[in-house]
Design a protein around this ligand. Structure first.
Ligand SMILES: NC(=O)c1ccc[n+]([C@@H]2O[C@H](COP(=O)([O-])OP(=O)(O)OC[C@H]3O[C@@H](n4cnc5c(N)ncnc54)[C@H](O)[C@@H]3O)[C@@H](O)[C@H]2O)c1
Length: 371
């Protein structure tokens, strides 16, 4: 198959969909790989690295789209790319269709085959191409939180690990899924005292088993949240209710109960946030203060660490890309239920329920496009 990797053109996006290691895996299987010049530069990969792995470099984004049967990307296509996409071309990338109708309509019009990273789903209902970014964001939440707890950054002036004779920082993590678990582990590793809350007792049992002694599990309810926010130096929002807006676990009135200089990192901001006063921010202007409480609500946290994020993402996407390239998308989706779940818009038809429902569009049976 002919595979194309364009450079991401969305603002602040430095990740790339394929590393030189991935290019080598594809070329050694007999596929042709075309990478747009400097596509990997933001993640630390040079054109020569791709060439050494057997890929060829093309000068413009148009050249890549013109050439490729399968396009591998990170972010959804933006408007400037809509007209480059061809009928029957396979696009393997994050789309998040349900959040943006013009993209959905443009992809229907293009008659391309849109396989979305975010809906590839394993039998246990986990989302293997979202997990790596949650792992990055969870770990980063503590790194950023620690930074903003420093006085010159606007925080309380607390060192998370403390020192002998001084109580360590108090960290409260709301939600014990992928983000919350990684955040709790990082905070514990720095020596902080950590409370992690969830509404799933089985998840709390698991966390109580695997976490170090400086992490305590507490059931998530308003009473407990009101109690623990008073002591917390750093609070991480990491709840998710699939397909819904995150619940507001911390309401505006609660900010007054916190110490001045407490830092809130609401990782769930991309689903509306679990802190009422949170609104999406960017890496260039990541924080704001309300009632003396510092809010960090960057919606694309992994974007700040593109080297790590690119490798984490491509470790997860490459095995699927190899299947798609080797078998063609139809055969690959017939044989792999997780990949089939990734099909969202195929040759002008919406085949994913959540997308059809979001914009009141007709839903076509996914199996019809695999015949
Ligand atoms: N900002 C970013 O850059 C970024 C990056 C990656 C992920 N995220 C977001 O982070 C959020 C968490 O993702 P995840 O992968 O950890 O999800 P997950 O499904 O693994 O975990 C969510 C957890 O929240 C728990 N939960 C639900 N309601 C709760 C409540 N009322 N109180 C406490 N816990 C509750 C669930 O039981 C679950 O364990 C998502 O919104 C995701 O989109 C953001």
């Amino acid at each position: 198959m002919i595979i194309g990797v364009p450079k991401e053109i969305k603002t602040e996006e430095n990740r790339v969909a394929l590393t030189p290691a991935g290019a080598l895996e594809l070329t050694k299987r007999g596929h042709e790989v075309y990478v747009q010049s400097t596509a990997g530069a933001g993640s630390g990969f040079e054109d020569q690295d791709y060439e050494a792995a057997g890929a060829r470099i093309l000068p413009t984004i148009k050249d890549v789209y013109d050439k490729a049967e399968m396009i591998m990307k990170v972010k959804e296509p933006i408007e400037a790319e809509y007209d480059l996409i061809r009928e029957d071309q396979l696009l393997f990338t994050y789309f998040h269709f349900a959040s943006y109708e013009p993209l959905t309509r443009a992809m229907i019009k293009s008659k391309a085959v849109c396989l979305a990273y975010e809906t590839v789903e394993l039998p246990d209902r986990s989302l293997p191409l979202l997990v790596p970014m949650s792992e990055v964001a969870g770990r980063m939440a503590i790194q950023e939180g620690a930074k903003y707890l420093e006085k010159p950054s606007g925080g309380r002036g607390v060192l998370l690990g403390g020192v002998p004779g001084v109580r360590p920082g108090q960290v409260l993590v709301l939600g014990g899924g992928v983000v919350g678990t990684q955040a709790a582990k990082m905070a514990a590793g720095l020596g902080a005292q950590v409370i992690i809350m969830d509404i799933s007792l089985s998840r709390l049992r698991y966390l109580a088993d695997v976490m170090p002694a400086n992490v305590q599990t507490v059931y998530s309810n308003e009473y407990n949240i009101r109690h623990y926010i008073k002591e917390a130096d750093l609070i991480v929002g990491a709840v998710l209710i699939p397909g819904a807006k995150a619940p507001n676990l911390i309401t505006r009135d609660m900010l007054k109960e916190m110490h001045a200089g407490t830092v809130l990192v609401d990782v769930a901001v991309d689903q509306g946030g679990c802190i009422e006063t949170c609104r999406p921010t960017t890496h260039s202007d990541p924080t704001f203060v309300i009632d003396d409480v510092l809010h960090y609500c960057v919606a694309n946290m992994p974007g700040a660490v593109p080297y790590t994020s690119t490798i984490a993402l491509t470790n997860a996407t490459l095995p699927y890309a190899i299947q798609l390239a080797g078998k063609g998308w139809q055969q690959a989706c017939r044989e792999s239920e997780p990949l089939k779940k990734g099909l969202n818009v195929v040759r002008g038809k919406v085949v994913y329920k959540g997308v059809a429902e979001a914009f009141d569009l007709p839903l076509d049976p996914v199996d019809d496009c695999l015949k």
